[in-house]
Write a protein that binds this ligand. Structure first.
Ligand code: TEU
Ligand code: CA
Length: 553
């Protein structure tokens, strides 16, 4: 049996982080007109859908994930007219556009919160969560914020604390309040009426809170996310209402970002019979390496754990639900630096990882720059960092007296800014991203790693992405075929079958700098696609080699 055919399963998503994609007016900040300049680049790449990061009016405490006005484009990104033109230009090229919907929280500068904080009886008070402190003067409970410190902030005006699971400039919305939900549905309709093609929903499993606000006994941050913040008692009711009231009236798709959604509960969100989300970006493989204190308390992991998660998730979805497949985004380090070898085998491993993303079961999502093999960056000074998560961590760690060099290494190794350095277009000042001074430092490797250079390389990473995307589209087995992991003796190999009604694919990857012997019988199959120029003659896989074999049933 195969999955039910649908356009959003066949699509390939390309994620744009607007601040870092292309600056059109020299102020150093990527903008909508900049994206407009590059729509042909996107069309040539062959992607079907753009996920546009938040471009709404925002004080940018968390780069747009703190929204001040959901109905306005931030002036740094342009105007509503620019937005309309971009949408039109994408549609003219057959590319859909999904917007980021950030409605677990607003900015503290949003008018609702400005009102809410005025007095305890303000009509907007209940748009957020307010609690008195404890008698000993501490916060209402021991919940930690995602971005260091407590999840509660005391607001002196009314002497009560408000809840913020992210920064203190991102107060959590109270979805229990029907008025809040109505406001959100109105926002969604506003954008859908413009003709956008769906939403990527930020931290969607967090919208329903455990209303007793009891202290948590969990001491590990990932466990707190999974068991306390995520999957709250009314989350499915809220999502079903949202779909019923808004989504189902449009031919659009939804993808929920899913911190804390484990494979055991995944189908509750994306089961085809649930009427909730079309798919999720689960973060299980992204959170690998998070220790008890979270991201900046790293623990070791390897390919084995990554593969196990892919296997478990595919089994959990089966024919009944759907996920997106991705290996990086704006919140995590560059995939070639994390899962590949971004030095000696950068090209090979970038291509291998692309092959993984395009051949597992799920909608592939490419993060801007991966298609040219962009890598992590190293900053020598805290001044160079921008991300609030990294800065809050660094501040807290400094205050705790930790070694500054150790802190700098952690923020360099793990920080979100690695993914946020500007897109490298050419070997020109500031990588051709801006004619001014970029809001965050360019990765100095732009001289060799850039779009222009890639466009002149017939066997480069960009050419490989284009060919791979075409290849995937010619073989529906990669969309609809079942997935079966093939265990191997080597812990450096990742091998699987995709089993379709007409075709069957055998995909093998060597995740190492050494040659590996492939102990799998490929007779009956034809080698059809790979990341080495030479056609393979034997069963020795070169470093970071990927091969795709096909046969018809
Ligand atoms: O991310 C949610 C989330 O789980 C991240 O905070 C993640 O734990 C962290 O980034 C790992 O470093 C979403 C957005 O993608 C992120 O950019 C926002 O900062 C966050 O929500 C708050 O809106
Ligand atoms: Ca600009």
């Amino acid at each position: 049996m195969e999955q039910q055919p649908t356009w959003w399963k066949e699509s390939i998503i390309y994620q744009i982080y607007p601040r870092s994609f292309k600056d059109s007016n020299g102020d150093g900040i990527g903008d909508l007109k900049g994206i407009l300049e590059k729509v042909d680049y996107l069309a040539e790449l062959g992607i079907d859908m753009v996920w546009l990061g938040p471009v709404y009016d925002s004080p940018n405490d968390d780069n747009g994930y703190d929204i001040r006005d959901y109905y306005q484009i931030h002036h740094e990104y342009g105007t509503m007219e620019d937005f309309d033109r971009l949408l039109e230009a994408l549609h003219a090229r057959g590319i859909r556009l999904i917007m980021d919907l950030v409605v677990n929280h607003t900015s503290d500068e949003h008018q609702w919160f400005q009102e809410a904080r005025k007095s305890k009886d303000n009509p907007y008070r209940d748009y957020y969560f307010w609690k008195p402190g404890q008698p000993d003067g501490t916060a209402p409970n021991n919940w930690p914020s995602f971005f260091s410190g407590s999840a509660w902030e005391l607001d002196p005006k009314t002497d009560e604390y408000y809840l913020h699971l992210f920064t203190k400039k991102q107060p959590d919305l109270n979805w229990e309040n029907p008025k809040v939900r109505e406001e959100i549905y109105a926002i969604m309709k506003f954008w859908l009426e413009k003709g956008i093609d769906g939403f990527r929903m930020d931290v969607i499993p967090l919208i329903s809170k455990q209303l007793d606000f009891a202290d948590t006994d969990y001491t590990s941050f990932p466990e707190i996310v999974q068991h306390v913040y995520s999957n709250g008692p009314r989350v499915h009711e809220f999502l079903q209402e949202m779909v019923d009231r808004v989504i189902r009236h449009y031919d659009v798709m939804t993808v929920g970002e899913g911190p804390g959604i484990s494979s055991e509960v995944g189908l509750n969100y994306v089961g085809h019979d649930r009427g909730e989300l079309n798919m999720i970006f689960h973060l299980d493989h992204m959170f690998l390496g998070f220790g008890p204190k979270g991201k900046y308390d790293p623990i070791p992991y390897g390919l084995k754990e990554v593969v196990e998660l892919f296997n478990t998730w595919d089994k959990a979805m089966g024919e009944s639900g759907w996920i997106s497949i991705f290996l990086d985004n704006h919140d995590f380090i560059r995939m070639v630096s994390r899962f590949g070898n971004d030095q000696e085998f950068r090209e090979e491993s970038a291509k291998l990882l692309a092959t993984v993303v395009m051949t597992l079961r799920g909608t592939p999502s490419i993060y801007q720059g991966s298609e040219i093999g962009m890598t992590n960056v190293v900053y020598e000074d805290f001044e160079d960092f921008d991300d609030v998560e990294a800065m809050n961590f660094a501040k807290e760690a400094m205050e705790a007296g930790r070694d500054p060099m150790e802190i700098l290494k952690l923020t360099n190794d793990l920080g979100r800014d690695n993914a946020r350095t500007p897109m490298q277009w050419e070997d020109a000042p500031e990588a051709g991203f801006t004619t001014g001074k970029p809001w965050i430092k360019i990765n100095p490797n732009y001289k060799t790693i850039n779009v222009n250079a890639e466009q002149n390389k017939p066997a480069g990473i960009l050419a490989y992405y284009k060919a791979l995307i075409k290849f995937r589209k010619q073989h529906p087995v990669f969309v609809y075929g079942q997935y079966q992991h093939i265990p191997t003796r080597s812990d450096k190999l990742f091998c699987y079958d995709r089993i379709g009604e007409k075709e069957q694919a055998l995909v093998v990857h060597n995740f190492s700098d050494q040659m590996q012997l492939l102990n799998i019988d490929v007779s009956g199959y034809t080698f059809t696609f790979g990341n080495y120029i030479e056609e393979p003659k034997n069963s020795l896989l070169s470093p970071w080699e990927s091969r795709i074999y096909l046969k018809t049933n």
